[in-house]
Design a protein around this ligand. Structure first.
Ligand SMILES: Cc1cn([C@H]2C[C@H](O)[C@@H](COP(=O)(O)OP(=O)(O)OP(=O)(O)O)O2)c(=O)[nH]c1=O
Length: 210
């Protein structure tokens, strides 16, 4: 199960070749006071996976006995990652918020954090649910952006539903001068790390049943 409404995550998960269905749990995205960016993004990924498992359990038919893997994920853009003054950029509220984000990203390097949580969920034994998580940090550098470029990019409609107000896979690709880490994590789902995590959860489950 993919616990996500992100079309990017659905497209990327398809590349792992595992059939899946989508569930859409409602998880409030609110950073706690003093919560670090890394703690926040992992908490949300785990919450989405666990809320997705709970939702799946209510929808599964009474005689379903199979186990399911439920995947949740979260992406944030961070300026000054792991420093005392780190700033977390989520989806822009409006043009002014987006402008503020682009001015922070223009001509500098920022970090994109994507966390993935996977809950191994048993229909008949909810107390045996196991959740594991991973997080990928990718450094992305932007060229300096002019006010005209920022305004034109907003008008394209691409930034509105994306963390940090940009899509590397789209028109913002031309802003990127350097990337170190996982391109797929920036788009929303790190493929290598997600495949490893799914195997790790399955292996743990197999070990638990012995
Ligand atoms: C930085 C960046 C983010 N994004 C997207 C990925 C995520 O969909 C979104 C980050 O917001 P999220 O809150 O992580 O995800 P979401 O609300 O879209 O979906 P869900 O919570 O249901 O899983 O930004 C890109 O598509 N390209 C990029 O370059």
């Amino acid at each position: 199960m993919l616990a996500s409404g992100s079309p990017r995550r659905a497209e990327l998960l398809q590349l792992l070749g595992r059939p899946f269905q989508v569930v859409l749990p409602q998880v409030p995205e609110q950073r706690a006071l003093g919560e670090s960016a890394a703690a926040y993004v992992q908490r949300l990924a785990i919450s989405k996976a666990e809320a997705g498992a709970a939702l799946w359990r209510t929808k599964a038919t009474a005689n379903t006995t199979t186990n399911s893997l439920v995947l949740g994920s979260d992406t944030v853009v961070v300026v000054g990652y792991a420093q005392a003054h780190e700033q977390v950029l989520e989806k822009p509220r409006d043009f002014a918020d987006f402008q503020r984000m682009m001015q922070l990203l223009s001509g500098t390097t920022h970090t994109v954090l994507t966390a993935v949580g996977v809950t191994q969920s048993a229909q008949l034994e909810p107390t045996t649910d196991v959740t594991m998580a991973t997080m990928v940090a990718t450094e992305v550098s932007f060229k300096p952006l002019s006010e005209g470029e920022i305004a034109a990019y907003w008008a394209s409609g691409e930034p509105q539903d994306k963390a940090g107000g940009y899509g590397i896979q789209g028109l913002a690709g031309r802003f990127v001068t350097h990337l170190q880490g996982s391109y797929f994590a920036v788009v929303g789902l790190p493929l290598y790390e997600t495949a490893e995590l799914l195997t790790r959860v399955e292996t743990q489950q197999a070990g638990g049943q012995q």
